[in-house]
Structure formats: structure tokens, C-alpha cells
Ligand binder design. Structure first.
Ligand SMILES: Cc1cc2nc3c(=O)[nH]c(=O)nc-3n(C[C@H](O)[C@H](O)[C@H](O)COP(=O)(O)OP(=O)(O)OC[C@H]3O[C@@H](n4cnc5c(N)ncnc54)[C@H](O)[C@@H]3O)c2cc1C
Length: 560
């Protein structure tokens, strides 16, 4: 197990470029996509730097429905290639990170005589596509068996059900494992450090200026290849490409700069070679999740509603001691960091859950509400010649300046997306050829079988690193116990581990993406903020602030 470098040393490493004066690849964005690329590139032996403006997975990648899935929805659309690829990736992810990604049984209840046969046939086709990688056989269920497996389901009018198998995961903890495994392979990955502008020489992107959001230190990362993996924010970075100055012109005018140091002048001044502003590539759409107690849907099975009143899919998923209800698909024009749910989305989820659960959850039962933004891709006209939609799900675009933009897709296929990105960089001549297929069987840090993810959080999420966790002070001092089971869910040692090994810098980093408490129970997260800050102060030498976190926790409790 490798301890990550303390932050000042990380910043110092960013300031000292590798031999040759430039990184092979700099990645902007520390969500599933960027972290997957960083790990793949590092394992291929490339020099890698990744900057994340907030925290790892703080964008969309901590707000998924937590399913590792082929996508039964895409099956219904006849997109077999996409489903097959995701099913393969599901197998790899469950094997490489078994402590945070596991198989999960789903029950689809049927309330019309034809439903079980109809959906059962489709789900058997899903099994057939998975082939030997299937996680369990699809079965048709009697009404009695459906009620046994899904005790919380509404029995009125129930005919029977179908059970099938897919996967689930802890998205934010998986992101941390990708970051830490990449770091163990030599990548420099840093959070709370934003890309501010791009450097261009001879019309080609040759680096990124980044700024540490804690110290204000600016660093120029010169690079052979720059990957824009900023999710719904990719267009802002593509705009930086449009705005980038060409420092070769500055050098000609005598303003050469030290490698690794920020230029004295703002490199985002008007471009020496103006390009047409790129048209937007992403049309964002938001998805809402509500968290309620397990009492609404006890047992280890998830519930799938294949067609809600307005034709959507709804899931109720047991996760870390609670139940996730979701999701929605609502187009937005803006890109807030913390999107709020719309009243009709909350009403839709509660209304549908009320139809399918024996006990209808009310607004007061919601412990937390979180919203994620999907990057829906629309290839821009002016780059159409260079655009290659590698699948219907994700898009990799190599711009005329050499900026590589990747967006779309889903968490489940992050590894395959990373391979696509690196293959594309090599095909474009931005990186020297290196053999691929290096992460297919690459266990992530701590990989070891864990307890089911439906159970409350605990040491099991640390896999083989649990021994290290137990060696830290406060391993048996529980700050928070799961209210329903009484199990210890967050210890003092976990907070120390988050700071020492998982690069947590703020109270939100700990309570949202290391312990997940903000996502599970926002009021409890607010109550824990001061205790967590006090422990972090011991580890960091300075107390992090808590008021912004408490305001955020209030938002996660608030329903429109
Ligand atoms: C509601 C919802 C449910 C979903 N459920 C599932 C699911 O169950 N299973 C599944 O497989 N997939 C699911 N997905 C899809 C999956 O979550 C996304 O495909 C994935 O998280 C996208 O990751 P990303 O890295 O591309 O984007 P992000 O996670 O948003 O990462 C981009 C990062 O770039 C950073 N950034 C932005 N600008 C800068 C800058 N200037 N400098 C540095 N960093 C910057 C951001 O802070 C952000 O962290 C779901 C998506 C949504 C919206």
C-alpha cells in the first residue's frame, strides 16, 4: 500500500516536469472518465498528471444510481453491442474491485398477466448476451416467491415477478481507488487544483496552466497530449482551447518562461490565431435520487420498475444500509455544481415508489436528495470530420489543436472508455504507441471480497486495507452508527485514513465521498461536521471550515 505524497510535495512534483521537460499526458477532470485514463496511461508507462478542480468524483461520478450494469434499457432499444460491452466491463469491475463492486439481485414485479413473460424473455436475452459472464440465471417468480424476495413490494394486484442479476458499487470510493492506484503506478493526481487555461504552440495544445485552489499557486504543465475529461463541463475547456494564446509568439517577443512556472502574463489573453468558437458538445440532463430507510424495502433485492406511468425506468436499490429511489432525466440549460431537484422530479419518484412499495414513502421520510448531471453528447458541426462516436454512449473528439475531449458513457464502461481515449491519442500521433489491454486484470488497491453493499458502511469497504485502517487511532471510536442496525459506520480512524491516504482536504470530502454520510443521511452528516473537522485539524494542522458544508447538507435535506 502506498501512502500518497503530502500535498506540498504533490504540488512540488507538478512543478518539476518529467525528463524531457513535458508530461506525456495531462488529464483535466478527476471523475470516472479522467481517472480511468490516468490509470491506464500510468500502467502503460507514460508520465501522467491529472488535475481535479474540486474533489475526485465531486461532479457526476459520485451521484450515479450505483449500478454496474449492461443496461436493460439499451437492450429494449436493440443496442446489443453496447449492452455486450457493458456486460464484459461489469465482469472486469467486479473482479478488480470486489470490495466496492458486487453482484446484486433485482426483482421486477409484474402487475399484468403478460408482464412476467414479456420482460422475462427480454431478461433471458440479457443473460444470453452475458454468456459465461452472467451473474445468475433469470427466473420467473410466483406471486408468493416475489413477496418473499421483495417483502416491501405492494402486493395488491401482483401477479408474480422476474428475478435477474446485475451489479452495484460505491461510485465515489471506486473513484478514490482509481486515483490511488494510478498514483501507486507513478501518476501525479491532485484534487482541488483547477485547469485555468491551455497553452498553444504552433496552433497545437502543448500544456495546461493549473491553479491550486488552496494556496493560489499557479503551475504550467507542459504536455504532449492534453485530455479534457470534465464531464458536463467539457465545453468550458473547449472554450479555453479557443481562447488559448500561442506562447511561441511570446517567446519570439522575448518573454520566455521557466519550465514549470506560470507565465507572468495571463495566457488566456486574446489568441494570436483566433479560431472559430466551438459549438456546444454537451446538452446536460439531470437525474435525481432520494434516499429513504431500508424499512421501506427490506432484504437484499433491488426493485426495477421497467415502465413507469410516463414510460421511464425506476429503481429502488439497497445501498449502504439505506434505499436509493431514482432516477429522472430532465434537460437543463445551466451547469450548477450542486444542482437542485425540481418539484415535479421529487413528486414523480415519490409517486411511483408509492405505487410499487407497500408503504409509500412521504417527503418527511427522505433522508437525503442528490442530483447528478448527465453529459448528453451532440457532436459539433465544425469538428464533424474529426468526430468519431466510438459508441452511442461516449464520444472522443480530437480537435484541430490536438485537444482530446471525451465525454458521455457511463461509469460501468469507464475502463473501456479509457482504452478508447489512449488508442485515439496514439492514432492521432499525440502519444507514442504503447501496448494496450493493461487494466483488464488489474486489481485496484485493497481488492478483496467484501460484505454486500446493501449493508451499512464499515471496514468492509476498505478490503485488504482494513488492517491499516485498524492500526490508526480511533478504530473503535464510532462517530456515527447506522440507526437501523446499530452497526458502527464511521470511526475516527476512517476520518484519519481519509486525510492520510485518500487526499481528503475538506469536511465535504470526508462526509460526501469517503464516508458517504451526506448521501445517506444529510441531517446526520451536518451533526458530524464539527467532530470530523476537529479530527481533520489534528491531521492537517489547520481546522477546515464547516459552515459551507452545513449549508450544503441543508440543501441535501431540502425538498422543493
Ligand atoms: C443521475 C445519474 C445516474 C447514473 N447512474 C449510473 C449508474 O448507475 N451506473 C453507471 O454505470 N453510470 C451511471 N451514470 C453515468 C455516470 O455517472 C457518468 O457517466 C460518469 O460519472 C461521468 O464521469 P465523468 O468523469 O465523465 O464526469 P464527472 O464525474 O463530472 O467528472 C468531471 C470532473 O471534471 C472536473 N472539472 C471540471 N472543470 C475542471 C477544470 N477546469 N479543471 C479541473 N477539473 C475540472 C469536475 O469537477 C468533475 O469532477 C449516471 C449518471 C447520472 C447523471
Amino acid at each position: 500500500m502506498s501512502q500518497l505524497l503530502p500535498r506540498p510535495e504533490l504540488l512540488a512534483r507538478l512543478q518539476q516536469p518529467p525528463p524531457g521537460g513535458a508530461w506525456d499526458i495531462v488529464i483535466i477532470g478527476g471523475g470516472a472518465t479522467g481517472l480511468g485514463v490516468a490509470l491506464d496511461a500510468a500502467v502503460r508507462g507514460l508520465s501522467v498528471a491529472l488535475v481535479e478542480s474540486h474533489d475526485f468524483s465531486a461532479g457526476t461520478s459520485s451521484r450515479a444510481t450505483k449500478l454496474v450494469h449492461g443496461g436493460v434499457r439499451y437492450l429494449a432499444q436493440g443496442n446489443l453491442g453496447l449492452v455486450r460491452e457493458a456486460l464484459h466491463e461489469r465482469t472486469r469491475l467486479l473482479a478488480n474491485a470486489p470490495h466496492v463492486a458486487q453482484r446484486l439481485p433485482f426483482v421486477m414485479p409484474g402487475y399484468h398477466w403478460w408482464e412476467c413473460g414479456f420482460y422475462g424473455t427480454g431478461l433471458k436475452a440479457y443473460d444470453a448476451l452475458a454468456g459465461r459472464q452472467g451473474l445468475g440465471a433469470t427466473e420467473l417468480l410466483s406471486k408468493r416467491r416475489t413477496l418473499e424476495l421483495l417483502p416491501g413490494v405492494n402486493a395488491r394486484g401482483l401477479w408474480g415477478g422476474v428475478r435477474y442479476w446485475d451489479g452495484q458499487f460505491d461510485d465515489a470510493r471506486l473513484a478514490l481507488l482509481l486515483a490511488r492506484t494510478a498514483a501507486a503506478r507513478g501518476a501525479v493526481v491532485i484534487n482541488h487544483c483547477a485547469a485555468e487555461s491551455l497553452l498553444r504552440e504552433g496552433g497545437q495544445v502543448r500544456g495546461v496552466q493549473v491553479r491550486c485552489r488552496e494556496t493560489g499557486t499557479a503551475v504550467v504543465l507542459r504536455s504532449r497530449c492534453v485530455v479534457n475529461a470534465t464531464g458536463v463541463w467539457v465545453d468550458a475547456v473547449r472554450d479555453m482551447d479557443h481562447d488559448a494564446a500561442d506562447p511561441s509568439a511570446d517567446a519570439a517577443a522575448g518573454s520566455a518562461q521557466e519550465p514549470g512556472q506560470a507565465p507572468a502574463e495571463d495566457p488566456a489573453k486574446p489568441a494570436t490565431r483566433p479560431l472559430a468558437k466551438p459549438s456546444a458538445m454537451v446538452a446536460p440532463s439531470q437525474g435525481v435520487h432520494l434516499i429513504v430507510d431500508r424499512a421501506f424495502m427490506p432484504g437484499p433485492h433491488a426493485l426495477l420498475v421497467p415502465k413507469t406511468a410516463d414510460g421511464r425506468v425506476l429503481f429502488a436499490v439497497p445501498w449502504l444500509g439505506k434505499t436509493i429511489l431514482g432516477t429522472t432525466d430532465t434537460p437543463r440549460k445551466d451547469l450548477p455544481r450542486e444542482p437542485k431537484p425540481f418539484a415535479e422530479e421529487v413528486n414523480f419518484i415519490l409517486g411511483e415508489a408509492g405505487r410499487y412499495l407497500a408503504r409509500a414513502p412521504q417527503r418527511a421520510d427522505v433522508r437525503s436528495v442528490w442530483v447528478g448531471m448527465r453529459p448528453l453528447v451532440k457532436p459539433p458541426d465544425e469538428d464533424a470530420g474529426n468526430t468519431k462516436a466510438l459508441s452511442r454512449e461516449h464520444t472522443v473528439l480530437v480537435g484541430r489543436s490536438g485537444l482530446v475531449t471525451v465525454t458521455g458513457g457511463k461509469w460501468t464502461t469507464y475502463r473501456a472508455m479509457a482504452e478508447d481515449v489512449l488508442d485515439r491519442c496514439m492514432a492521432a500521433g499525440l502519444l507514442a504507441q504503447r501496448p494496450g489491454d493493461v487494466t483488464t486484470r488489474l486489481p485496484l488497491l485493497g481488492a478483496a471480497p467484501g460484505r454486500p453493499l446493501g449493508e451499512p458502511p464499515g471496514e468492509h469497504l476498505y478490503g485488504s486495507e482494513a488492517a491499516l485502517l485498524r492500526s490508526l487511532p480511533g478504530a473503535q471510536t464510532w462517530l456515527w452508527r447506522d440507526a437501523e442496525s446499530g452497526q458502527g459506520a464511521m470511526s475516527e480512524a476512517m476520518v484519519r485514513f481519509a486525510v492520510r491516504y485518500e487526499m481528503a482536504r475538506t469536511v465535504e470530502d470526508v462526509l460526501a465521498r469517503r464516508s458517504r454520510l451526506l448521501f445517506l443521511d444529510a441531517a446526520e452528516a451536518a451533526r458530524q461536521a464539527d467532530a470530523v473537522a476537529a479530527l481533520m485539524a489534528e491531521e492537517l494542522g489547520a481546522a477546515p471550515e464547516t459552515s459551507a458544508f452545513k449549508a450544503l447538507a441543508a440543501q441535501y435535506r431540502e425538498l422543493p
